[in-house]
Design a binder for this molecule. Structure first.
Ligand code: NAD
Length: 320
């Protein structure tokens, strides 16, 4: 099948494009190489696939319907995986309008493209941040959502609402996936594990926000991609609208993450303590009952193994 992946040059998107092509699909990737982080990193993300006959790159913006139309000009697209977004919680506080434009209007335009080009299946990236600030316990997809803690969280929630609305309107099949802090090779440089590794190897102290007890349900990229592939199958066999968590159900405290990073790298970290930052949530943990049952999702990576895999990639690719 021909699949359009928006944001396909990014961290999650590039891994997904590779997996889809390896599974026999033809992939059209739409990405605008936004400078939120170095666009060259995104070109490197695609280096292993750019010349593959079943892969095509369209450089363009999801907010621009003409750019979206280009993706449909050569191939009949049967399914869209919409990952393009302005990601990152803290930067969204500084640029809320940009986040709203890309994440809300961008999703709107993708749904419009579904209507105009008769695409009946959509998988769309949401985030654990839609759950807001919760303490303890695992987050279930049908929980009441708390107060969004950042413009980013707000836009991700709006994306889900739009997708649900259009699903009914168009009678298509839509899955929204709530990713829980994804890490591994090619992780975005702004995310904590990658940022900390850069500081650690640069001999600089690591900023710790709060008392180190905040917890994240870190998800290894291969597990995330398994889950997205499950969703790609699911939208082909189910109608309606569904939301799934993709996490590991294994929250890791910030200080334990630093300890594992030290162990994996063989380096000792100096810590610099700061107050909690606006937008941060204290805790995330996915309940996986639904995604295990419906997507056959079965995450396999321990945090220790995943971190070691990340560090191997980091050491291999780091510019000294
Ligand atoms: P990323 O920034 O690496 O990838 C996003 C890609 O989208 C980038 O390549 C970027 O250039 C592209 N993009 C941005 N604006 C665009 C636009 N207007 N038009 C076309 N392309 C555009 O981020 P990622 O970590 O791979 O995240 C992918 C998706 O998963 C996002 O929707 C993000 O909100 C969501 N998500 C990620 C995480 C995580 O831990 N990485 C957690 C929760 C949700």
């Amino acid at each position: 099948m021909n699949i359009l992946v928006t944001g396909g040059a990014g961290f999650i998107g590039s891994h997904l494009c590779e997996r889809l092509v390896a599974s026999g699909h033809r992939v059209v990737c739409l990405d605008n190489f936004h400078s939120f982080y170095d666009p060259q990193i995104k070109r490197t993300n695609l280096a292993g696939i750019i010349d593959h006959p079943d892969f095509r790159l369209v450089e363009g913006d999801v907010r621009d319907i003409n750019d979206l139309d280009k993706c449909f000009s050569e191939h009949e697209i049967g399914l869209i995986v919409h990952l393009a977004a302005m990601a990152g919680v803290r930067p969204s506080i500084l640029e809320p309008e940009l986040y709203a434009e890309v994440n809300i209007m961008g999703t709107h335009k993708v749904l419009l493209a579904c209507q105009q080009h008769g695409v009946k299946r959509l998988v769309s990236a949401s985030s654990s941040s839609v759950y807001g600030s919760k303490q303890g316990g695992a987050f279930r997809e049908n929980d009441d959502l708390g107060k969004p803690e950042s413009p980013y969280a707000e836009t991700k929630r709006a994306g889900e609402v739009l997708a649900q609305l259009w699903q009914r309107e168009l009678g298509i099949s839509v899955v929204c996936l709530r990713f829980f802090t994804v890490y591994g090779p090619r992780q975005r440089p702004d995310l904590a594990i990658h940022k900390f590794a850069s500081l650690l190897y640069g001999g600089k102290p690591l900023p710790v926000f709060g008392d180190g007890s905040t917890c994240r349900d870190y998800t290894y990229i291969d597990d995330t991609i398994d889950g997205v592939m499950g969703a790609v199958e699911y939208v082909q066999t189910h109608s309606g609208y569904a939301v799934f968590n993709l996490g590991e159900a294994r929250p890791v405290q910030l200080l334990d993450m630093i300890y594992e990073l030290e162990a994996a790298s063989g380096r000792q970290a100096a810590l610099q303590w700061h107050p909690l930052q606006p937008g941060d949530v204290p805790y995330t943990c996915a309940d996986l009952t639904r995604s295990r049952a419906e997507l056959n999702y079965d995450p396999k990576w321990t945090f220790r193994e995943g971190l070691r895999s990340f560090i191997r990639w980091f050491e291999d690719t780091r510019q000294t």
